[in-house]
Design a protein around this ligand. Structure first.
Ligand code: ADP
Ligand code: MG
Length: 334
C-alpha cells in the first residue's frame, strides 16, 4: 500500500516535470538585495535576461540615494537637514531647493494623497516619527510634550512644490519629510516599467510588503497570501488571486514594541502623534499603481474599518483586504 502510494507520487512528479518541460516553462530567475532597510526580491518566470534583473537592484540603490531619510548622502537627507549648499531661498525662515524629477513626482503624489485622505497619510510627519524608536531594545514611549511639539511641525501645507521652477519650498524650519510609507510603492512602479520596457511579461517584484505582479505566473494568476498578524511569516489568513497589479500590505505587526500590554507600532495617526488606535491591524490594497497602494494601505489602517471601507468603495479600480482586531478578514471592492 505504502509502496503504491510512493510510486503514484513518483509518477505524478515525473509527469509534472515532463509537462513543465513540454510547456516550455522556464526556471524562475531571482535577484535580491537589501535596500530601504528591507529585502528586495525580483523573480522572473519568463526568460528575462538576468542582467535586466540586476539593473533593477542598481535602480534601488539609486532611489535610496534620493528617498532615504537616514543616509546623509541622500537628497531627502540634505533637504531635511536644510543643507545650505542647495538652499536658494533669500528668506532665512524658508528653505527652497531645485529637486530631482523623482523626488518632485513622489512629493507631488504624497501631497495629493495626503489631501485625499484627510491627512491620514501625511508626508510631513518626520519629526513625530523620529520620536518613536522601534529598533532600540529600550522601548521608550516618548513623553506627550515632545509628541505635541513635534506634531506642531507636521503640517503638509508647509511643503510647497512649484512646477515652473521645479522647486520644493518648506515654510516651517523644523518640519522634516518622511516618505517611508510611500517610497517603496514608487520604486516598485519604476521597476515594473523598466522590466516591461525590456520585454518582461511574467515577474514579481517584492519590496517587503510591497508586491508588484507583472502578467501571470506561468499563465495562471498569482496567489498572494494575506499574512496572519503576529504569527510566523508565511502563515496566512486568506489570499488574493491577481494578475498585472500591485498588492501592498501595511500591518501594525511589522514594527512595534510593547510596554504594559500596549503595542506601540510604526503607523502614526497624524492627528494625535501616537500609533494609530483604529480597529484594523492590517490593510492590503490592490491597485495598478503601487505608489497609491502603498500610501492607501497606511492611510486606511489609520482610518479604521468603517471610514476605510467607505473610502475604498468611493475609489475606482481599488480593492482591499482588511484584517480587524479580532482577525476577521473583510474583502472590499472585489
Ligand atoms: P512598511 O514600512 O512596514 O511597509 P507602511 O507602508 O505602512 O509600512 O509605512 C510605514 C512607514 O510610513 C513608517 O515607518 C513611517 O516611516 C511612515 N509613516 C508612519 N505613519 C505615517 C502616516 N500617517 N503617514 C505617512 N507616513 C507614515
Ligand atoms: Mg504604506
Amino acid at each position: 500500500m505504502k509502496t503504491t502510494g510512493m510510486l503514484k507520487i513518483a509518477i505524478l512528479i515525473f509527469s509534472m516535470t515532463v509537462l513543465l518541460s513540454m510547456s516550455g516553462c522556464n526556471e524562475p530567475t531571482t535577484v535580491s538585495g537589501l535596500y530601504f532597510d528591507t529585502l528586495i526580491t525580483i523573480t522572473a518566470y519568463d526568460n528575462t535576461n538576468p542582467q535586466v534583473l540586476e539593473s533593477c537592484l542598481n535602480m534601488c540603490a539609486e532611489y535610496e540615494l534620493i528617498f532615504s531619510k537616514t543616509n546623509p548622502a541622500s537628497e531627502l537627507y540634505r533637504i531635511n537637514s536644510r543643507d545650505d549648499s542647495i538652499n536658494i531661498s533669500k528668506d532665512s525662515t524658508v528653505f527652497t531647493a531645485v529637486i530631482s524629477n523623482d523626488l518632485y513626482e513622489l512629493l507631488d503624489c504624497s501631497l495629493q494623497l495626503s489631501q485625499e485622505t484627510d491627512n491620514a497619510f501625511n508626508p510631513a510627519l518626520g519629526q513625530v516619527i523620529d520620536l518613536w524608536d522601534y529598533k532600540s531594545t529600550s522601548c521608550i514611549v516618548p513623553d506627550s510634550t515632545s509628541v505635541m511639539k513635534a506634531l506642531a511641525h507636521s503640517n503638509p501645507d508647509s511643503i510647497i512644490l512649484n512646477p515652473d521652477t521645479h522647486t520644493l519650498t518648506i515654510t516651517d524650519p523644523l518640519l522634516t519629510i518622511d516618505l517611508g510609507g510611500i517610497a517603496k510603492g514608487y520604486v516598485a512602479d519604476r521597476l515594473k516599467e523598466m522590466l516591461i520596457q525590456n520585454g518582461t511579461i511574467e515577474a514579481v517584484i517584492r519590496l517587503a510588503g510591497n508586491i508588484y505582479c507583472i502578467g501571470d505566473k506561468y499563465g495562471q494568476s498569482y496567489k498572494v497570501g494575506i499574512q496572519k498578524p503576529f504569527s510566523t511569516r508565511g502563515e496566512t489568513l486568506s489570499s488574493v488571486n491577481v494578475s498585472d497589479t500591485s498588492v501592498v500590505t501595511s500591518g501594525i505587526y511589522e514594527r512595534y514594541f510593547e510596554v504594559n500590554n500596549t503595542i506601540y507600532h510604526h503607523i502614526i495617526d497624524s492627528h494625535t502623534g501616537y500609533p494609530s488606535q483604529s480597529d484594523l491591524i492590517s490593510v492590503t490594497i490592490i491597485c495598478d499603481e503601487s505608489v497609491v497602494a502603498d500610501a492607501l494601505s497606511t492611510a486606511v489602517l489609520i482610518m479604521g474599518k468603517e471610514k476605510g471601507i467607505d473610502y475604498i468603495d468611493s475609489l475606482d479600480n481599488v480593492s482591499a483586504v482588511l484584517v480587524d482586531s479580532s482577525q476577521n478578514v473583510i474583502n472590499v471592492g472585489f
